[in-house]
Design a protein around this ligand. Structure first.
Ligand code: HEC
Length: 115
């Protein structure tokens, strides 16, 4: 029963994603979900890096935001980052180009506008 519920939940979720991609607000919701699923374990829901985020900047840091572009974030997501104990693997094959673009914009626009 539990398994069925999980499968059903996943179906509802993907249906929601499909429907919501049609509007700008929907894009934001999808981007947020993507961020929470694919990035927040390391970068924190609030953009402040957790242990696994290693030396990553806080996405809320105005100085970091001033220097970074959406294009650069896209590159980082595709190619990964870092050499040390905590590093980010390339995510190019884990996300579609559209998803990468969306989540990169989310990092820049949502965390950037706070301050
Ligand atoms: C397994 C953990 C992990 C995941 C998952 C992860 N990252 Fe990272 N990320 C890191 C680490 C560690 C660094 C810092 C690497 C270094 O420079 O040493 C980093 C660096 C970055 C940077 C550069 C920050 C800076 O200091 O300039 C960006 C931007 C970034 N990640 C975005 C993302 C996005 C967006 C996602 C989700 C699509 C993501 N990351 C998923 C671990 C992760």
């Amino acid at each position: 029963m539990r398994k069925i519920m999980v499968v059903f939940g996943a179906m509802v979720l993907s249906a929601t994603i499909a429907v919501s991609t049609s509007s700008a607000d929907g894009d934001l919701a999808v981007a947020k979900l993507l961020y929470q699923k694919k990035c927040s374990v390391c970068h924190g829901k609030d953009g402040v890096p957790k242990k696994r985020g290693g030396e990553s900047a806080s996405f809320n840091d105005p100085e970091w935001q001033a220097k970074i572009t959406v294009e650069q974030i896209v590159e980082i997501i595709k190619e990964g980052r870092g050499e040390g104990k905590y590093k980010m693997k390339p995510l190019e094959t884990k996300l579609t180009p559209e998803e990468i673009e969306m989540v990169a914009r989310f990092v820049k626009e949502e965390f950037g506008k706070k301050k």
